[in-house]
Design a binder for this molecule. Sequence first.
Ligand SMILES: Cc1cc2nc3c(=O)[nH]c(=O)nc-3n(C[C@H](O)[C@H](O)[C@H](O)COP(=O)(O)OP(=O)(O)OC[C@H]3O[C@@H](n4cnc5c(N)ncnc54)[C@H](O)[C@@H]3O)c2cc1C
Length: 468
Amino acid sequence: MSRNWQEAVKEVIDESRVLTDISDLYSYSFDASFGTFVPEAVIQVKAREEVVSVVKIANEYKVPVYPRGQATSLSGGSLPVHGGMVLDVTLWTDTLEVYHDDLVVVASPGVLTADINQAAEEHGLFYPPDPSSAHVSTIAGNLAENSGGPRGLKYGVTKDYVIGLEVVTPEGKVMNTGGRTIKNVTGYDLTKLIVGSEGTLGIITKVTLKLLPKPQATKTMMAVFDDIAEAGAAISQTLTSGILPSKMELMDQNCAISVENFQPFGLPTDAEAIILIELDGHPDVLEKEIQSVDEIVRGVGARYTVLAETNKEAANLWKARKMVSPAIAAVKPTKVSEDATVPRSKIPEMIHRLNDIKEKYEIELVVFGHAGDGNLHPNIMCDKRDQEEMMRVEEAVGEIFQAAIELGGTLSGEHGIGTLKAPFMEDEVGELGIEMLKKIKDSWDPNNIMNPGKIFAEPGQKLVLRDE
Ligand SMILES: Cc1cc2nc3c(=O)[nH]c(=O)nc-3n(C[C@H](O)[C@H](O)[C@H](O)COP(=O)(O)OP(=O)(O)OC[C@H]3O[C@@H](n4cnc5c(N)ncnc54)[C@H](O)[C@@H]3O)c2cc1C
């Protein structure tokens, strides 16, 4: 092989989309998590045939391939930890077609999730998965991470809507899985295997998603609690009452204070917890259901509730919830965002454990999240430049994972394992679990070129949030 792999790639991809300038490479060296890893080239792919050609070259030269969407991963999913090439799909947005009569949408990998939502709504339809990053993340990234969001409580997560895929395998072959039918039990479910595989089993080049009819109406309520354990109990009691809200989002006092300091929305700052609840469905039914929920949450101790009277008031409350991330990011330069998830009955206990961890390690920790499905987001505000503080944060994060697993929960409800949580994987899935996962990886990707360094811990790998 006289030519190098970058030259080989330039023979099959327009040179303007093969980036090798050092400034470009640095732009692709980080994501929304931790760590800086500079790739050797960035390839902005726009067609299936381009991906096939590049992946074949990667196999020939044994070069790592790092698929990448908008790089909003919070677990280091797209980081090129072993150099090689980044495959950027963000320019690849040419297909976004809604098939109204089939309640299906077909999209290119780089399409933003919010654009899929909008296209569905234009047809009176609905794509329920709603990660808070929907306006800045790609559908392929959502699939690779199996992203969730507030509506996961009633509607499930990304995997529940993916019915067909076109994928370029790690050996450069084109594979189609599933199709346009809602039901399909032909063979192993390869569609579901790819969803959530974090770019380690192939490159997603086209997605087919199921849509639902758009709910006719929604109602939003804020319930305010002086005791966060009562907020946890209110969630359990609502969910066992026969009413299934579309969203139940928790914010602790620190979140409310941060939001009000950042941009006032009128959230109470003296309460220990707030739950935002959304119901959706037929307007007549909603009137009755919201009254029942009001009685339930007051019955378990809500100090008061506020029912949004107009769409504008409801939008204001949900905007306040969306503002939590930017508001807490303004408190300190670094934000460590976790997504430990526990069975719903364990939410109060998990919150107590988080408080103990906060005190033990003297860290600034806030809790918010999709509490209705047990998916909490403990966030630690810290300063990456303070080595001593970051060492305490690393220990605290390890204990958060341990607490979640001990309570029968999981390391990650929606952000994925990536590099950051890889050292903790075996604690959850066990030695045999890792062995079976590795067998799948090895048979799909014999040269280990597809997103290497993710999901599976490397020998001696530990959680490191400091710049070393
Ligand atoms: C402010 C903020 C809010 C967030 N809110 C949520 C939330 O509510 N819920 C949630 O679940 N997550 C959330 N996230 C995390 C993140 O947005 C999601 O994980 C998202 O799905 C990542 O999409 P992306 O386009 O940025 O992908 P990237 O970060 O670029 O990549 C993510 C993974 O997808 C893989 N990948 C990308 N494209 C392909 C492809 N074509 N084929 C195969 N693999 C591919 C990458 O290799 C990587 O492993 C949030 C992040 C931020 C910064």
